[in-house]
Design a protein around this ligand. Sequence first.
Ligand code: AMP
Length: 417
Amino acid sequence: MQQHIDTYDFKGKKAIVRVDFNVPLDEEFNITDDTRIRAALPTLKKVLAEGGSLILMSHLGRPKGVDAKFSLKHIVDHVSECLGVPVQFADDCQKADAQAAALKPGEVLMLENLRFYAEEEGKPRGLADDATEEEKKAAKKAVKESQKDFVKKLASYADCYINDAFGTAHRAHASTALIAGYFPQDKMFGYLMEKEIAAIENVLKNARRPFTAIIGGSKVSSKLAVLENLLGKVDNLIICGGMGYTFIKAEGGSIGDSLHEDDLIPQAKEIMLKAQDLGVNVSLSVQTRVTQEFTNDTPVKVVPSHAIPDGWEGMDCGPASIENWARIILASKTILWNGPAGVFEMPNFAVGTEKIAGLVAQATAHGAYTLVGGGDSVAAVTKMGYADKVSYVSTGGGAMLEAIEGKDLPGIAAIRD
Ligand code: AMP
């Protein structure tokens, strides 16, 4: 049975918490952005304040085995500073029995990077490039088999399990999903997970209308499932950014040298037809800022999005597009935004994305529920200073994207089952 962190009795209990401490480090192993650590603090402080002790587990990077470069020891001091208590370190996540057993209320132990073991992800490593199908199958079977002991060991350290790692909730890994099975009566979400789940439900299940999705970014191929799932839910679908040109081409427009995916034109047509059937208003960019080179400092022209000259490519949306989208955004009661409206990494082509961020913030101030989730739109609103002017900014790129696709996330299902 799923428990709730607010009502669970942590007194004298050891909580093993899956956190997402996969933070960016510079070459001297300094943390360059500790957002993920700070996001987990409310959960960790709650357990300590209630008389429990903590065993923290996370991955860091994509090691292929034990690799000092990806050691979580680099972040122990910072976590300790953030929590205001010393943090002990177990330099092998599978050999922490004694340290875990000795933990007293109020104490914290951090386990070494879970992905030093292939069992965390349950995927075989070190297979030869020319491995046969049989060999691949056998290796997979072997790692799945040893994964059972791996999970069992982690579970043996604690009395209860908390999953607060939304960033990995879309993975059915040992620490994100399988371990929950060892705590049938003592498993729960942390506060960050609670917030992310509430945000997903606010848009996908309980949206107030009109509901507008703003979907941008580079490729239709990476957003097809998102578009398909949203079609049955939204009133307006704004398609912007590089992916918009595939749709404009599908409508018969000339898009010059703009980014597009010819093989997805049939799907783009299908999406627009389905939207028509469902009464969803699809709004494409009507005006584009184009250049002849993919660089920041190069001459810019503003042209109709359906008539981009050859040799020119769309880098950002133009003011007429923003004008159209402003009317839609400001009339919305629920907004989901995923993906930038232009090449926002280049200051000259961040204008459209920044205008959208401003409009979403304005809609929020007028009472709309607004969620920015998945990937680069999060980086954009944060960089542009709008993160605290929208209702919620998701911390999980891939996980949020899969949730918007309508998938059940294993990390969530394992707690609820
Ligand atoms: P995604 O990861 O699919 O959300 O895409 C984000 C990326 O889309 C960012 O790196 C943007 O620079 C890129 N992008 C947005 N608009 C365009 C465009 N018009 N042309 C090329 N790339 C774009």
